[in-house]
Design a protein around this ligand. Structure first.
Ligand SMILES: Nc1nc2c(ncn2[C@@H]2O[C@H](COP(=O)(O)OP(=O)(O)OP(=O)(O)O)[C@@H](O)[C@H]2O)c(=O)[nH]1
Ligand SMILES: [Mg+2]
Length: 422
């Protein structure tokens, strides 16, 4: 038995040489690439075959496909097929032990299969793109002909379904398209991240500040009926007097003396928290109530819920504010679940009270927060607290833009749920 080495630029060519010199029964011992193709030089493949001494000169008669007990020894035709598959090179006319017609048919069938699969994949990819573009193009008129690339489709849809005002969305999209680095535009994930950062920067937030020593802070909570003014006051009273690191001396005044039970609701909370509380009916008595709470540095004032169209009630509220010896910080309480048009209308009708800040409640009762974003952005008033449930005192969050934007794009999650899903 002799071992002969044949080299050529392709494995098939090396095999062909071996076949010419040694006959078809030569056994392939190994095939390898000895040199990689470079810009200047072709690749070099080496095939080592084993032949019986006598067979070097005389080509052997054809035999059945030889299967050695050694895995490395396989007959040339089989090797040719394997190498072609591995090296993905065309079989350059190497004859095989299989009759030529069958071999060619088999090869062309494999090639056809691969070709078919490739074609199918290309067709599918084209179809997906086409469908994506069809939907995207179909919606183009509703985007005021803003030329938004398909990578922005996901974030555009999210923002749109969040209830954000259409004109805000278009403006923000324009800004994103103008300023976003080209490199980031290619993935919808990076588009989303960029958009998120932009939104965060657009939400004015009022941070909770300590009340300077020797001064008082009077916070009045106004807003439509049933939005959660009284509950928010109870939560904040607990927060300021017991939960915050630097505790305040909190007092409560209620102006909501119209309804049976309303005063009791707040008196009950005050009693539980051992906080002083006063009720005032007449604006002229307001300063007397303040004097009774002179030892308090934070005074929370509850008001009767008024329809934004109830001018009399609103005018009376204004009287209290005007009569006060101290400046009053006016907090407009709104339900996050209200429609944008209603929120705007409410703000408009309460704005003569000089709204300082917004408090949004009932985050747990809605799925769309773009309305909250749009109102804040539109009226340019900062938001200070978010109420996220009925529990007193836990369900309140100091407002932050990350939280709001997260709610807008991914929905509201309670803190413990958000943490446990991480
Ligand atoms: N789910 C949910 N319910 C809330 C939230 N805040 C308040 N509520 C509930 O809303 C209802 C009304 O709350 P109140 O605090 O009485 O609302 P109000 O604005 O003082 O109402 P009026 O004084 O009648 O105008 C109560 O059942 C509260 O428990 C909140 O963030 N989420
Ligand atoms: Mg109330």
């Amino acid at each position: 038995m002799k071992f002969l080495t044949f080299s050529a630029q392709t494995p098939a060519a090396a095999l062909k040489q071996a076949q010419i010199e040694c006959g078809e029964d030569a056994l392939v011992v190994s095939t390898k690439q000895v040199k990689k193709k470079t810009i200047n030089t072709p690749a070099l493949y080496e095939v080592v075959v084993a032949v019986e001494d006598a067979k070097i000169e005389v080509p052997a008669p054809k035999k059945k496909a030889y299967q050695s007990s050694e895995d490395v020894l396989i007959n040339i035709s089989e090797a040719a097929k394997q190498i072609s598959r591995i090296a993905k090179v065309e079989d350059e006319g190497v004859s095989s032990k299989v009759p030529p017609k069958i071999a060619i048919e088999e090869k062309s069938r494999v090639n056809e299969d691969v070709g078919d699969i490739k074609q199918e994949i290309t067709k599918l990819a084209d179809k997906i793109k086409l469908i994506q573009e069809m939907f995207w193009e179909e919606k183009a008129p509703s985007r005021n002909n803003l030329a938004i690339p398909p990578e922005f489709a996901q974030i555009y849809k999210l923002a749109k379904t969040s209830g954000m005002g259409g004109d805000h969305l278009d403006n923000i999209m324009k800004l994103t398209l103008e300023h976003m680095p080209i490199k980031m535009r290619h993935s919808s994930e990076s588009v989303k991240r960029y958009f998120q950062v932009l939104l965060r920067k657009m939400v004015p937030v009022r941070h909770e500040r300590e009340v300077p020593r020797g001064t008082k802070k009077l916070m009045m909570f106004v807003g439509p009926t049933g939005v959660g003014k009284t509950t928010t006051i109870a939560k904040l009273a607990a927060r300021f007097s017991y939960i915050k690191e630097k505790r305040d001396k909190v007092g409560i005044i209620t102006l909501d003396t119209y309804r049976i039970g309303a005063v009791e609701q707040l008196f009950q909370y005050a009693k539980m928290m051992r906080l002083p509380i006063e009720d005032v009916v007449d604006p002229a008595d307001f300063n007397n109530a303040l004097r009774s709470l002179s030892h308090c540095n934070v005074i929370l004032i509850d008001t009767v819920g008024s329809s934004q169209y109830d001018k009399d009630k609103l005018a009376k509220l204004h009287q209290f504010i005007k009569n006060s010896e101290y400046e009053i910080d006016v907090n407009l309480v709104l339900s996050a679940g209200s429609k944008l048009e209603d929120l705007k209308e409410i703000y408009k009708n309460f704005s003569f009270l000089n709204i300082d800040t917004l408090v949004f409640t009932k985050f747990d009762e809605t799925k769309v927060f773009g309305t909250v974003f749009s109102l804040i952005y539109d009226i340019d008033r900062p938001v200070s607290y978010f109420s996220v449930g009925q529990e007193v005192p836990d369900d309140i969050e100091v407002a932050n833009s990350d939280f709001l934007v997260e709610c807008m794009l991914n929905g509201f999650k309670r803190k413990q749920d958000a943490n446990s899903s991480k």
